[in-house]
Design a protein around this ligand. Structure first.
Ligand code: TYD
Length: 202
């Protein structure tokens, strides 16, 4: 596999989790040690912050939301991601700082550049090397969602803007992004991912 830290991105209901699980199994078969992490969360501090972020019990302002995402991410990168990579483990991350640029920067209108910079500080410049973006029309993806959390339950326009934010990121960082149509089958997308990473899929 040609990189150590991969993020899977997309709007709610784009099917990231299933693809990550399948990819992890393929890596296991190829004897490539790997770990799945999720954001927000992944550490004890991060799981506490996750509850503050996603529960319907709290009224969280947009800037507070952006800062809480940064806080859990800073902890995750330093406590788990960097040490794992140093010991030779590949990280498959369900979301990353790119989620914040799309959701908080564009979706919440805090500013694409500003949220990029804020996250750059939070992760100390340690961004995922590669990003798989599962692109999908929110009208389709939101239908797939089972139970919506505080952020995932927002209105359709919010997700349309987030999708635009992601596409902007994929253009700006085109050499690091693989953009997939999330309406295609899991098998087809998995094959494209394996090809991109130079992994034997069988
Ligand atoms: P989660 O249950 O992990 O949903 P998903 O399976 O869609 O990833 O909840 C994460 C929610 O938080 C989701 O609505 C996206 C949102 N989010 C942000 O708004 N900014 C971020 O930086 C991250 C990591 C997630």
């Amino acid at each position: 596999m040609n990189c150590n830290y991969v993020a899977f991105e997309g709007i709610d209901g784009s099917g990231k989790s299933s693809i990550i699980e399948q990819l992890s199994k393929i890596l296991d078969k190829n004897k490539i040690e790997n770990k799945i992490v999720r954001e927000p969360g992944g550490t004890k501090v991060g799981e506490g912050i996750r509850d503050l972020l996603l529960s319907h019990d709290y009224n969280v302002s947009s800037l507070t939301e952006a800062l809480l995402f940064c806080a859990q991410r800073s902890q995750l990168v330093n406590e788990l991601i960097k040490p794992s990579i140093q010991s030779g483990i590949k990280i498959l991350s369900d979301r990353s700082a790119y989620s914040s640029v799309a959701y908080q920067g564009v979706g919440r209108e805090l500013g694409y550049e500003k949220i990029y910079q804020l996250n750059d500080i939070a992760v100390g410049g340690f961004w995922p090397e590669k990003v798989v973006l599962l692109d999908i029309d929110p009208l389709v993806s939101l239908d797939r969602q089972k139970v919506a959390d505080r952020i995932g339950g927002d209105k359709i326009e919010f997700f349309q803007n987030i999708r635009e934010g992601y596409l902007r990121l994929s253009e700006e960082f085109s050499e690091n992004f693989l953009v997939l149509n999330a309406e295609k089958s899991l098998e087809e997308n998995l094959m494209k991912i394996c090809n991109w990473f130079g992994i034997d899929e069988t």
